[in-house]
Design a protein around this ligand. Structure first.
Ligand code: LMR
Length: 441
């Protein structure tokens, strides 16, 4: 680990190397490679850059989780266009600071969206919400808060699924929360390793933090059933574990906002104290606007409002010292839609369009693959999995070969973003996958 040169950390030895560094005229820096080694490029954004540079006509982008229309183009949701129009015509629009916790109309609507309009936790005022820099910012704010304030032995890890969204690892490492995986994906069934997941959660030290994907698990597209969620909740309750939900795909898993919030609402109904990182990047297509929220829900009880007040005061300090206050534009767009019944309805229709097209692509990819290899059911997991992603089961070697031979881009773990498929490229993609599977068998 590189050492920081804070005043306390400067030993006579480091002082000497600083002086030497300054005397080294050819390279007048103290940030030598042994202190600041070259870091690898981010795999996902590196993949995106490589795709953009590729000038092969038939290239296919199945990398980053961003919705594309049937012409492989980014899709500005019609409802977002409407809200944008309303915003730009608003004579009162200005560019003043938002409060530290963000736009109140946005955070209250975001709360309602995830917890349900009739949530007892909201009625009992035992929820606090902060607007964040999309889902990543929400995971970070939650991680930072827990690393400072969650009572646990210093080396007790936070658990998350194996595999999980790659960024989880670095976000929690940045806030010095050790991490440990719980089994999740079974390579044999290409579905959930429920027994492994359950028993690791059961055997984790009492009061462990468990990171859970609320729906449309990234990267696998595999979610627990409702009965399995109930079982997970039961085991977690018995061990007093703390659930930390990450929800980035509400509306994408089933096409229905209520269904996709079910697991979180169930845990709240079971009396858990928990937190939620919520992203609006995918379900509003507001990727670059960084609209998201962090919610903390405390358990019911006479002190609940007091607890929430204290937690809120600490979150405000963390937020102020890191971003001061969140960016306004994306939250204003989402807020207009979330708070207007007609726009909300239109949004639900837009979500169904996206989720529906992805489902069609799952069916098309599976049927083309099975047509090519003549084995019915061999790619069933493509249609069993849900949401933006499919975990194909392709190996890293196969992934790299497909990229090399056919210019089809996917992450090294074999994850494909289904939204990158369309009626024009699905056959080409299926042929490329089929070919590599045959050649590497
Ligand atoms: C993804 O997993 O593709 C998205 O969540 C984008 C990201 O930031 O990683």
């Amino acid at each position: 680990m590189p050492q920081s040169h804070s005043s306390e950390a400067i030993t006579p030895l480091t002082r000497l190397s600083i002086i030497e560094a300054h005397m080294d005229g050819c390279n007048p820096t103290v940030f030598h490679a042994d202190h600041v080694p070259q870091a690898p490029e981010d795999p996902l954004f590196g993949l995106m850059a490589a795709y953009r540079k590729d000038d092969f006509e038939k290239k296919v982008d199945l990398g980053i989780g961003a919705y594309r229309d049937n012409d492989a183009k980014p899709w500005v949701l019609p409802v977002v266009k409407q809200a944008d129009e309303i915003l730009r015509k608003d004579p009162n629009l200005n560019h003043e600071y938002l409060p530290i916790a963000g736009l109140a109309d946005f955070t209250s609507a975001a709360q309602k969206l995830i917890l349900g309009a009739d949530s007892p936790a909201m009625k009992e005022k035992r929820v606090v919400s902060f607007q964040t820099i999309s889902g990543t910012g929400a995971v970070h704010l939650g991680g930072l808060f827990l690393s400072r304030f969650y009572p646990r032995p210093s080396n007790q890890p936070i658990y998350f699924s194996s595999p999980t969204w790659a960024n989880h690892n670095q976000i929690f490492a940045n806030v010095h929360l050790p991490i440990k995986p719980y089994p999740y994906f079974s390579p044999q069934t290409k579905g959930l390793d429920f027994d492994g997941m359950r028993s690791t959660i059961e055997n984790a030290p009492e009061g462990s933090i468990m990171l859970l994907h609320a729906c449309a698990h990234n990267p696998t597209g595999v979610d627990p059933t409702r009965d399995q969620w109930k079982e997970i909740a039961k085991v977690m309750r018995a061990k007093n574990h703390f659930p930390f939900f990450d929800t980035a795909y509400q509306g994408f898993a089933s096409g229905n906002l209520e269904n996709d919030a079910w697991a979180i609402r169930y845990f709240v109904s079971q009396g858990f104290e928990l937190c939620i990182a919520q992203s609006f990047a995918k379900n509003f297509g507001l990727y670059g606007e960084r609209a998201g929220a962090f919610h903390f829900v405390t358990g019911a009880g006479p002190d609940a409002q007091n607890t929430i007040g204290r937690i809120s005061s600490q979150l405000a300090i963390l937020q102020r010292s890191e971003i001061s206050n969140p960016p306004a534009y994306g939250a204003r767009i989402a807020s207009l839609v979330l708070n207007d019944p007609a726009l909300f309805k239109e949004w639900e229709a837009n979500l169904r369009t996206m989720a529906g097209r992805i489902i069609d692509m799952r069916k098309a990819l599976r049927s083309k693959l099975e047509e090519l290899n003549g084995k019915e059911g061999s790619w069933k997991h493509i249609t069993d999995q849900i949401g933006m992603f499919s975990f194909t089961g392709l190996t890293e070697k196969q992934v790299l070969k497909i990229r090399e031979d056919a210019h089809v881009y996917m992450t090294k773990n074999g994850r494909i973003s289904m939204a990158g498929l369309n009626t024009v490229n699905v056959e080409y993609t299926a042929k490329a996958i089929d070919k590599v599977v045959r050649e590497t068998q």
